[in-house]
Write a protein that binds this ligand. Sequence first.
Ligand SMILES: Nc1ncnc2c1ncn2[C@@H]1O[C@H](COP(=O)(O)OP(=O)(O)OP(=O)(O)O)[C@@H](O)[C@H]1O
Ligand SMILES: [Mg+2]
Length: 279
Amino acid sequence: MIAVGVGDSVHATPTTRGAQDVTTPVPPPPLLSMRGISKNFGAVEALVGVDLDVHAHEVVALVGDNGAGKSTLAKMVAGAITPDTGLIEIDGEPTVIPTPGAAHALGVATVFQDLALCDNLDVTSNLFLGREARVGPLRDDGYMEATARRVLDSLTSRIPSVRSQLSTLSAGQRQTVAIARTLIGDPRLVVLDEPTAALSVAATAEVLTHIERLREMGLGVILISHNMMDVLAVADRIVVLRHGRNNGVFDAATTSHEQILAAITGATSRRQSRMHALR
Ligand SMILES: Nc1ncnc2c1ncn2[C@@H]1O[C@H](COP(=O)(O)OP(=O)(O)OP(=O)(O)O)[C@@H](O)[C@H]1O
Ligand SMILES: [Mg+2]
């Protein structure tokens, strides 16, 4: 479901009804639209003609069995690999994302499964890794700590101190730091690859709350997960990949665990699962 918040632009197409001018709001284009995306790795067809839309204020879960192509699609959005064929649009504009730097410039931030954090550094240093704020030649620690605190608070994080060394944090808290790190770049779209894998029930609940906060902030979120409970709890739409192809798009509010599993395992064909599809 797409919630258009106050201040969001709504394109309006003027129409006429009798003598009166009436404006019919046309929804804005998706934040991200991918069409007909294909990628081969040698003889392996990792993705074949895949479509994916993500809107602002929306959490889209990307699910599928091992090797279904989820991470490959995420890496394309992150600029880590490029499609062989297909179209990517951001805000309705055809776009290429040839490098991670290009993705960053487009407002895309990604948390990969390995998190890429440094155990020997504190929370603030991890958030600003590789992009430290400076005043002249000196690190601006005051600014960075205040920003770190603000970003963690915006996620309703329970990390007690931004000076804690990462090695002292739990797996859930590390995931929080990795998500908070994406917000330093002021992104519009956040991609999370298996953020709750290997987390306790309590830590998972906390990460899901962070994801809801990202949506409330107006961001688009792609959530890759194997956990159907998580997906149904937090996603607006669920996009199923199977053997590198779309196998259904579901409204999380009206879809059961079993329906999603059937699409993942191939118990329902693409045609059947599209009966439940939103678009
Ligand atoms: N760099 C690569 N070189 C060769 N094959 C690759 C490469 N990256 C992915 N693949 C293959 O592409 C297919 C899709 O892989 P991908 O990692 O996208 O799947 P996934 O859905 O993320 O799976 P998982 O749930 O196991 O993380 C798999 O068959 C995988 O082996
Ligand atoms: Mg993967």
